[in-house]
Structure formats: structure tokens, C-alpha cells
Design a protein around this ligand. Structure first.
Ligand code: UGA
Length: 438
């Protein structure tokens, strides 16, 4: 397969203008490549062409406005783009089904279209999957689909790669432009070289490997991070029962450089669109292989238990929660985002509603998204309003503004604050304070 050599800009198509696709496209365009985002949702295409981003991510607006209209374009017409691209990055969603298996329908649809366009094209592109897909997906799903739809052969007429993303919401632009490592799983050397050429100018270690190893690296990374959180939470639950401050324990533990200090914050658990979905998908694949994956399942079980522990603690303090006004501070799955997918704040809110509490919620950014998911909460525009007259408060996202609250607690009926995130230093606040794991 001929590979463009000598560096220089590549023609890159990004299939899928979601969170990963937009950050990736803007990042690659900022390196000088000519990038086209192919997005099927018309409304998104119109907004993006007009320079409006449908997601909020620090630094992305600035990067986007530098490249849009020059190196970067957005279109709904993949047929015009795929046939004239050196590299096609597939960045569509891979949601979880009810049974935990991965729904590959967006991948299949994108790959089918790419294959059909390739059948009538003379260009030999590399098709690289950036979406999170389980080990074996490139070999068993993507390659056969592409070969069938295009009538061409992988390795001879087109290349194939897996380039997992390691972008965390809130730091995605920096994660893309200054990664610790770039993992490239490739069918062959030319495929790897083209993906590496696209990332020239970006630092970080390069790991070039086969397709399924790269796919596994992505899932193992997320499973590892999630396992640290769940282990911290389990230790945190024990610490609470033993009147030990888990944060002191984990801080000292993290000083061992074999362990390291990150992802040891105990509390109400992890949310977000990735950890639960990926760990569940991996555990389900393990089951299909006849393996039990006890540890992977335990990561999820511990995580699912934490919101209930916060509600139990509140019940122990207040007795029945029926009719009680509870202030819920934090709806985003972590600070710095409006994303509420798998948010622990919403998990706590649902449990509180189930036991008949009146939940008055506040989040600096995520209320509109939360309202769409759980309309039965009362949403307030400030922490002060949410706390006013409350019988108790729970903190479920560690937004920096919560650490500055003080006078606001005075308007509570009972100044009881249960912290699920170690967001507050209670000293001098005059509140009745309990941490979930300390
Ligand atoms: C995560 C990974 O960190 C990224 O590397 C990965 O690329 C991404 O998933 C993905 O697969 O796309 P993200 O979900 O954006 O990124 O957020 P994280 O910062 O990892 O936080 C996830 C959750 O864990 C949050 O709810 C956070 O509050 C919680 N967490 C994190 C803890 O409860 N304790 C900790 O010590 C750290």
C-alpha cells in the first residue's frame, strides 16, 4: 500500500462529530492537516459550520475558531470526503446495551458507508477506529465489513488501525495535544506509519502494536482507573466504620511510587460515560470467554453501592426522609463539565425521591441536562437557594465554589451536611458535618 511520505499535511476524515471526534479533529487540524468532520446530525453540522460547538470543553472553542474554515471543515456528506482521505478516523459512540454488551451499530453504519465509498475510489486510505471497541472488533467486525462493502482487501488496498483515545472531560484538549502516550494498533507497518504521521508534532511515547492489543490497552486503562476508585471506596467504607480518615490513609499509600497518588479519592463513586460502560463491556466479554471476571464485576458493585450509603447515612441522622427537604449540591459527574451521564448526584437524587424526600438541587453547569433526565427534582439557581430551609444537604460533585460556602449554611433548618466528595473543610463553618468515607 503506497504511503505518503516526507511528512506534510494529510487529508483526514473524522467520522463522528461527538466529543472525541471534535477534540481530535480540532487537534489534528491545529497540526496543519486538512481535516473534515463527517457528522450525520444535520443540526450539529449547521451549528458547527457556524462556529458553535454543541459541547463545552475548556480550550476547545479557542482551538476550533483558529482552524474552522481553513484546515477544518464539517459536513454531512461522507461520500464526498471518504474517497479523498488518507486517514479516516472513526469516532462514533459505542454505547452499552441493557445486558452490558457493546452496541456497535454506529460503528457498523460508519464503516459500511466508508467501505461503499472506498469501492469506487482510487485512494488507499487507512481506516482507524478511535471509538472504544472491545478486543477483536477490528479483526472480526470492522475488517470483514470494510472488505465486503468495498470489494477491496485490507493490507493491500487499504490500511486498518486502532488508535484509542485517552481524553478525560475537562482536560481533553491538553490530553490530545500533550499525551503521555499514543497507542497505535495496526494491521501492518504502513497503517501504523500513517497514523504516526498524523500525530507528528505531538509529544508522548509511541506504542505500536497489533489491533487487538491496542483495543485491550484502552479497556485495561479504564478498568484500572475505575478499580482504584472502587478499592479506595471500599477502604473508605471500612475507614468510616473504624473512625479513620480514609484520605489520610490513601495519601500515605499513594506516596509509594509503585502505587502513585491519583484516582484514590474515596466517596460517592465514579460516574461518566466511560468507566461503567467500559468495565461492564469488558466483564461481559470475559463471560463470553468462559471467564468469571470477579474483580471487574466487583468494581461496578462497589460503585453502585456508594450512593445508597450516602442516603443511609442521611437516614441514620434524620430518621425517615419522607417529606424532608434535602439540598443536593452537584449533578455533574465531575466538576468542570455539564455532563450528567452516570452521575452519582443523580443516582443519589433518584434514591432520595424513592424514599419520599423533597430534593432541591443545584449545580453550576449541569442543571439543564439533569432536568432532562430527572424532571422531578426542584432545581435552584444557586447553592444558597437550594440550602434555604433544608433539613440536610448532600454534596455529590466537588465543584470549587462549594468549598467557599459558609453563610449559606446558616439558612438551613438543620445545618447537617453529608459530603460525598470531600468538597468541604468543615472547620469554622458551624455545621454538623459527616464525610462518606472519613
Ligand atoms: C475517563 C478517563 O480518565 C480517560 O482517560 C478516558 O479517556 C475516558 O474516561 C474515556 O474512556 O473516554 P472521564 O470519564 O472524563 O475520563 O473522567 P475521570 O476524570 O476519569 O473521572 C471519572 C469519574 O471518576 C468521575 O465521576 C470522578 O468523580 C470519579 N473519580 C475519579 C473518583 O471518584 N475518584 C477519583 O480519585 C478519581
Amino acid at each position: 500500500m503506497p504511503v505518503r511520505s516526507g511528512g506534510g499535511p494529510l487529508r483526514i476524515a473524522v467520522a463522528g462529530g461527538g466529543y472525541v471526534g471534535l477534540v481530535t479533529a480540532a487537534g489534528l487540524a491545529s497540526l496543519g492537516h486538512r481535516v473534515n468532520v463527517v457528522e450525520v446530525r444535520r443540526a450539529w453540522v449547521n451549528a458547527l459550520q457556524a462556529g458553535q460547538l454543541p459541547i463545552s470543553e475548556p480550550g476547545l472553542d479557542e482551538l476550533w475558531s483558529k482552524v474552522i474554515g481553513d484546515e477544518l471543515h464539517v459536513t454531512a456528506e461522507g461520500d464526498k470526503i471518504y474517497g479523498a482521505s488518507d486517514l479516516i478516523l472513526v469516532c462514533v459512540g459505542t454505547p452499552s446495551r441493557e445486558d452490558g454488551t457493546q452496541d456497535l451499530s454506529y460503528i457498523r453504519a460508519a464503516v459500511q458507508e466508508i467501505g461503499e465509498v472506498m469501492s469506487g475510489s482510487v485512494v488507499n486510505p487507512v481506516v482507524a477506529i478511535k471509538s472504544s471497541v472491545l478486543p477483536g472488533t477490528a479483526d472480526e467486525v470492522v475488517r470483514p465489513l470494510l472488505e465486503k462493502a468495498s470489494g477491496r482487501r485490507a493490507g493491500a488496498d487499504f490500511g486498518l488501525a486502532n488508535v484509542p483515545e485517552f481524553l478525560a472531560e475537562g482536560t481533553a484538549v491538553g490530553d490530545f495535544l500533550n499525551p503521555q502516550r499514543i497507542v497505535v494498533g495496526a494491521l501492518d507497518k504502513p497503517s501504523a506509519e500513517r497514523v504516526l504521521a498524523a500525530h507528528e508534532g505531538i509529544g508522548g511515547r509511541r506504542i505500536v502494536t497489533d489491533l487487538r492489543t491496542a483495543e485491550m490497552i484502552k479497556y485495561t486503562s479504564n478498568a484500572f482507573l475505575a478499580s482504584r476508585v472502587s478499592l479506595s471506596n471500599e477502604i473508605g467504607n471500612m475507614c468510616k466504620a473504624l473512625s479513620i480518615d480514609a484520605y489520610k490513609v490513601l495519601e500515605a499509600v499513594g506516596m509509594d511510587d509503585r502505587i502513585g497518588p491519583k484516582f484514590l479519592r474515596a466517596g460517592v463513586g465514579f460516574g461518566g460515560s466511560c468507566f461503567s460502560k467500559d468495565v461492564r463491556a469488558l466483564a461481559t466479554q470475559a463471560g463470553d470467554l468462559g471467564l468469571e471476571a470477579r474483580l471487574l464485576r466487583a468494581i461496578l458493585e462497589v460503585n453502585e453501592g456508594q450512593p445508597g450509603r450516602l442516603v443511609d447515612l442521611l437516614e441514620r441522622k434524620l430518621g425517615s426522609l419522607r417529606g424532608r427537604r434535602i439540598a443536593l449540591l452537584g449533578l455533574a459527574f465531575k466538576p468542570g463539565t455539564s455532563d450528567v451521564r452516570e452521575s452519582r448526584g443523580l443516582a443519589v437524587a433518584r434514591l432520595l425521591l424513592q424514599v419520599g424526600a423533597r430534593v432541591v438541587a443545584y449545580d453550576p453547569e449541569a442543571a439543564p441536562n439533569a432536568r432532562a433526565e430527572v424532571p422531578d427534582l426542584e432545581y435552584e439557581g444557586s447553592a444558597r437557594e437550594a440550602l434555604e430551609g433544608a433539613d440536610g444537604a448532600v454534596i455529590t460533585t466537588e465543584w470549587p465554589e462549594f468549598s467557599g460556602l459558609k453563610e449559606e449554611f446558616k439558612s438551613m433548618k438543620r445545618p447537617l451536611v453529608l459530603d460525598g466528595r470531600r468538597a468541604l473543610n468543615p472547620e469554622g463553618l458551624g455545621i454538623e458535618y459527616e464525610g462518606l468515607c472519613w
